[in-house]
Design a binder for this molecule. Sequence first.
Ligand code: PNS
Length: 168
Amino acid sequence: MEEKVAVYPGSFDPITYGHLDIIKRALKIFDKVIVAVAHNYDKKSLFTHTERVEMIQDALKGHPNVTVESFEGLLMEYMKGTNARVVLRGLRATSDFEYEYHMASMNRSLNQEIDTLFMVTGKDYFFVSSRTIKEVASLGGSVEGLVPKNVAQKLREKFAQQKRGQKS
Ligand code: PNS
């Protein structure tokens, strides 16, 4: 039987428990999930691409059916090199919908063989985004329980490093 594979693309700057919840639930539907980490040259990210990939790999240890890959350029071009025909995206609230709808529609116009599947974010994480996580962590707030422990540690290190850089 054909292997059911989904690609879960994103910036993951950094990965949160909201993302992990989507991946774990997707593994009940798909045989394999490829987490595709975008090289976003136009987006200023806190973590380097390598750091983002490493944090995801660390957080997903023990999940052999998940692979972490990188892509740059168009997602639909990257998809051609995989055996997946589903793009997986999490939907938190109505505010996500417009952006996601446009992106899915554009992707569909680029490649009609690929479908975008939306999964509603788990109720415990609907308010969690990488952006708000970074904001809270940068101001010294706790993000425990919202991101994996390795990510919380990396956030502390990153902002401590930035503070040291500002002082010198
Ligand atoms: O986590 P994000 O930042 O919401 O992820 C967005 C991402 C990386 C999935 C999206 O920006 C993307 O697919 N970028 C690749 C460029 C592309 O294919 N653009 C066309 C779709 S509008």
